[in-house]
Design a protein around this ligand. Structure first.
Ligand SMILES: C[S@@+](CC[C@H](N)C(=O)[O-])C[C@H]1O[C@@H](n2cnc3c(N)ncnc32)[C@H](O)[C@@H]1O
Length: 220
């Protein structure tokens, strides 16, 4: 059976057979299927962001801003068990986030104590310099807000931007050479560098999402 990893179809009990190995990814995917709430692409996107970010940034509390179901926060905690707690914040936490958290906690019981998913505004979250701040597909200028919040405390940060057409970003002057979305992301990387950050740029696989530029940064 074909299994499109960019599909928006919901993972459920019927997709369990696709994830039958003992790999960490498949074990997480099985819990996600049992929760029956997430589009397939969100599983793959979250995994790519979490594992790449964790390869760079160890330890600290994970703060997943505009977290949706909070899967990235939970994956980050599973991948690096030495990390502290994790906090996911979204203006509107989907009711099914609790079901996903419960399913993941059955396999990784420490998640029940260490992960908190809350309704709230990015603007109001108290951040620490030791945090690892992540944000997957925070639309348009919301990504800029995440970067601003991270820079305000000097925390490590990883974003996968999207919806560049939403506006709110200043013209960069680079649009003559680069398409607008790329120009905006290049300017974001430069902004971090000007603030003293070391920047790491990667792509997650395009077959998962075309909005696939991963921008990570840390203060030395
Ligand atoms: C495209 S979704 C991404 C959700 C999730 N990170 C993912 O990758 O599936 C953008 C999210 O941003 C949230 N959001 C919008 N404005 C926000 C704000 N000011 N504070 C917190 N969350 C916000 C929305 O509720 C929505 O869940």
């Amino acid at each position: 059976m074909r299994h499109d990893i960019h599909s928006r179809k919901r993972l459920g009990l019927g997709t369990l057979p696709h994830f039958s190995s003992d790999s960490l990814f498949d074990r997480i995917a099985r819990a996600v299927c049992q929760a029956e709430c997430l589009p397939r692409k969100e599983l793959y996107e979250s995994w790519e962001v979490a594992r790449r970010t964790r390869r760079r940034f160890k330890g600290g509390r994970t703060v997943d801003l505009a977290c949706g179901h909070g899967l990235v926060a939970q994956m980050m905690t599973i991948i690096d068990k030495t990390s502290g707690s994790a906090l996911g914040v979204d203006l509107v936490v989907p009711p099914s986030a609790a079901r996903l958290h419960a399913r993941l906690s059955e396999t990784w019981p420490f998640l029940a104590e260490r992960v908190q998913i809350e309704s709230g505004e990015i603007e109001a979250v108290e951040l620490l310099p030791t945090d690892v701040i992540v944000s997957t597909h925070a639309c348009g200028p919301l990504t800029d807000l995440v970067l601003e919040r991270a820079m305000s405390v000097g925390a490590r940060v990883a974003v996968l931007p999207c919806c560049h057409a939403h506006g709110g970003s200043e013209p960069t002057g680079l649009e003559g050479w680069l398409d607008r979305a790329l120009a905006i992301d290049v300017e974001r990387a430069e902004r971090l560098r000007r603030a003293g950050y070391t920047v790491y740029t990667q792509h997650i696989p395009e077959e998962i999402t075309p909005k696939n530029r991963l921008l990570m940064a840390e203060l030395e």
